[in-house]
Design a protein around this ligand. Structure first.
Ligand code: SF4
Length: 373
């Protein structure tokens, strides 16, 4: 990380709307069918992008998300404006009838560089069950191919739960077929509609993260809201025999066997796993909601204030909330005395979702620190 994350984020996610035609079971935004009249309008959106661009190089990556960003008729205008201001613009659209080849072509022409699509199951039954609408799985496969044909970088996002964890190797096969740039596996935070879906236990999460590291030579992987991926990557790099140091449990064994069966002897496309990016809520990462409120993360519903009152950079740098999230020595429980707290720090969203305290220990991590008092 070359950035001073006290000063500026590496990534800003802007939720341009909460309107969406899907009804996903784990939706962070509790998406609605209609756009809110209080959304940031086009001029306010352009102004937000100008403020982010004013950081100068290296400027943050800006991801336009929702709801469904394509619900906004000014989306191409916003992408073009951000691109002209020098920002690297990415999109996270929902797969609905609005996601046409023509819409994607217009966004590509406006300068968008990357698109992320959600794939939460390896087949229609699971994926469409998550999304709440039949036919979305087939449309997602088509959309992924179109995204690649148009020259976008493609990121696949998968929310892992107790209900779909065994499908991960089969989802991986799709990710490889798409030639995706990045596979982001999201460890469910109890917020929005996700609060009613089964999250993995800390031990299961540990197993899945090890498996993600096992297959990271095939496609770069990211564990969203599980920053202990960085702790595990470091721990693995310190030993000669990973399986001896971190015995393979039943879940990881099953994932491995299925992976061998489904993607078999496919050669690694990378020389080794890419180190996970060192960002966390409020530290290199920030979220702006559809009304302009700034948050450390889309999964940590504590706002620093509105960009209608102060600039984004003011809140990022000066908000007591965001500043506290950049001080891992002050975290509670195991995270505060963990030898990996500077590179990991735990998911602040999991801590808040389970305990109500964003500085508490991350309950989704199984590590028992050797301790630095
Ligand atoms: S105890 Fe906290 S800081 Fe340490 S590895 Fe686990 S989540 Fe990260």
């Amino acid at each position: 990380m070359r950035l001073d994350t006290e000063e500026r984020p590496y990534i800003v996610i802007w939720e341009v709307t909460r309107a969406c035609q899907l009804v996903c079971t784990h939706c962070r935004a509790d998406a609605q069918h209609r756009r809110s009249p209080l959304e940031l309008d086009t001029d306010e959106g352009r102004s937000l992008l100008d403020h982010i661009a004013a950081y100068g190089p290296p400027r943050p990556i800006v991801v336009l998300t929702g709801g469904d960003p394509l619900s906004r008729p000014d989306l191409v205008d916003l992408v073009a404006h951000g691109t002209e201001a020098g920002l690297s613009m990415a999109l996270s659209p929902s797969v609905t009838p609005l996601l046409t080849r023509e819409a994607l072509s217009d966004l590509r022409a406006a300068g968008a560089k990357a698109v992320s699509l959600s794939l939460d199951g390896a087949a229609a039954a699971t994926h469409d069950g998550f999304r709440g609408v039949p036919g979305v799985f087939d449309a997602t496969i088509d959309a992924a191919r179109t995204v690649r044909e148009l020259g976008f970088r493609l990121q696949i996002n998968t929310t892992v739960t107790a209900g779909n964890v065994h499908e991960l190797p089969a989802i991986l096969r799709h990710v490889l077929e798409f030639d995706a740039t990045l596979w982001s596996v999201f460890f469910l935070v109890p917020t929005g509609r996700g609060s009613t879906v089964d999250a993995l236990s800390a031990t299961e999460s540990e197993e899945v993260i090890h498996w993600l590291h096992d297959i990271a030579g095939l496609v770069p992987t990211k564990a969203t809201e599980a920053p202990h991926y960085r702790r595990i990557a470091i721990q693995r790099a310190r030993v000669d025999d990973v399986d001896a140091a971190f015995p393979v449990g039943p879940l990881r064994r099953q994932l491995r066997e299925q992976t061998n069966m489904l993607v078999g002897d496919r050669p690694p496309r990378r020389s080794g796993p890419r180190p996970p990016l060192d960002v966390n809520a409020g530290r290199g990462f920030a979220f702006v909601d559809h009304h302009g409120l700034v948050y450390p993360s889309g999964f940590l519903p504590l706002s620093a204030g509105s960009v209608r009152e102060q600039s984004f950079s003011y809140f990022y740098r000066s908000s007591p909330l965001l500043q506290s999230l950049r001080r891992p020595d002050d975290f509670g429980g195991r995270c505060g005395r963990c030898d990996f707290r500077e590179v990991c720090g735990g998911s602040r969203s999991h801590a808040f979702g389970v305990t109500g305290d964003p500085l508490a220990e991350d309950p989704n991590c199984a590590y028992q620190p050797v301790g630095v008092s």
